[in-house]
Design a protein around this ligand. Structure first.
Ligand SMILES: Cc1ncc(COP(=O)(O)O)c(C=O)c1O
Length: 342
């Protein structure tokens, strides 16, 4: 029985073509700025996101930490959704590494409201932390793979600009947002001071994220990356996979979204099951009323379907479609899940 792995879009394995591109990559020492493939990737992403410069980093977490560490000082406050990745899934790094305080808001499926953001900005007085950064996530993972409407991001950016905040966009799945909405990634990125995209999620590369922003900030970001031990040497081998992914694996994200909708519809049709969020991209959250998500995930593992408990609610599982699962796999997974639940 073939295992169908729907735990995350991070589980993809590099395709033969991608491995070929990696094997033949021209490389140099990137800490000296001499890796031509890394430099090409950085230029490519800076252009894609309409920014002056970009920096290749090891992971989405490293991008978020370098990005937020860059924009806020110790004791500063950032505003973000309560389900945001840095708050929930980065091992307390904002506090541990940078002394950054977080003010969380309850967004709607992860999406923040401009008026609520504005109301949460601290007045200027010695009692208060300084509100420095607005952090947004697009698509929003815990919100269910939610896509930010461009108008909402623009409205948030307008509040930030007017009130002197910097904006960090966690774009780990920004290309999913762009493909789903038809909004160019650079239109979203234009609203942010610094943006990141992840190469090792839906895009299918084995590792790496790229952050982009103004040239002076990206120069400082190199220093923070170094501080985190993220200065890699012949990283062109990884950057080559990223370039390959950007060439071939962006438009096809629409297939992942279609497969996710299919899976969502099949799950929603099961007795006692409902979808807490509409399926907008490649993430499917399903609520199995009255059942333990952990026990259910273990049961589904026995029938060769891997998925993860969502974490914040006891009966919700998360399923993720990606490059290494086909429409037929998703149909098969839906059948196995139905049988396992019966
Ligand atoms: C929205 C978001 N940001 C950042 C990350 C972190 O990426 P990484 O696992 O590469 O550190 C993830 C990982 O799933 C994510 O979903």
């Amino acid at each position: 029985m073939r295992t169908i792995d729907l735990r995350s879009d991070t589980v993809t394995r590099p395709s033969p073509g991608m491995r070929q591109a990696m094997a033949s990559a021209e490389v140099g020492d990137d800490v000296y700025g001499e890796d031509p493939t890394v430099n090409r990737l950085q230029e490519r992403v800076a252009d894609l996101l309409g920014k002056e410069a970009a920096l290749f980093v090891s992971s989405g977490t490293q991008a978020n930490q370098v990005g937020l560490g860059l924009l806020a000082r110790p004791g500063d406050e950032i505003i973000c959704d309560e389900g945001s990745h840095p708050v929930n899934f980065e091992a307390g790094a904002l506090a541990a590494l940078w002394g950054i305080q977080v003010r969380t808001l309850r967004g709607t499926r992860g999406l923040l409201d401009p008026a609520e953001v504005e109301a949460a900005i601290r007045p200027e007085a010695e009692h208060y932390p300084r509100t420095r950064v607005l952090e947004i996530e697009n698509t929003h993972n815990r919100g269910g793979g939610t896509v930010y409407p461009l108008e909402r991001v623009r409205a948030l950016a307008e509040v930030a600009r007017r009130r002197g905040l910097l904006v960090y966009l966690d774009g780990a799945r920004l290309m999913n947002a762009s493909v789903a909405s038809g909004v160019p990634a650079r239109a979203y990125a234009e609203c942010a001071t610094v943006t990141s995209i992840c190469l090792s999620k839906g895009l299918g590369a084995p590792a790496g994220s790229v952050m982009a922003g103004p040239r002076d900030l990206m120069r400082e970001a190199r220093r923070l990356r170094k501080r985190l031990g993220g200065g890699m040497r012949q990283a062109g081998i990884l950057a080559a996979a990223g370039l390959y992914a950007l060439d071939r694996n962006v438009a096809r994200l629409a297939e992942d979204h279609e497969n996710a909708r299919l899976l969502g519809a099949a799950l929603a049709a099961l007795p006692g099951t409902s979808l807490p969020f509409p399926v907008e991209t490649n993430l499917v959250f399903a609520s199995f009323r009255g059942r333990s998500a952990a026990e259910l995930a273990a049961r589904l593992k026995e029938v060769g379907v891997l998925c993860n408990p969502e974490g914040s609610k006891p009966d919700v599982l998360r399923f993720v479609t990606h490059l290494d699962v086909s429409r037929a796999d998703v149909e098969e997974a839906a059948q196995r899940i139905a049988r396992a639940l019966a």
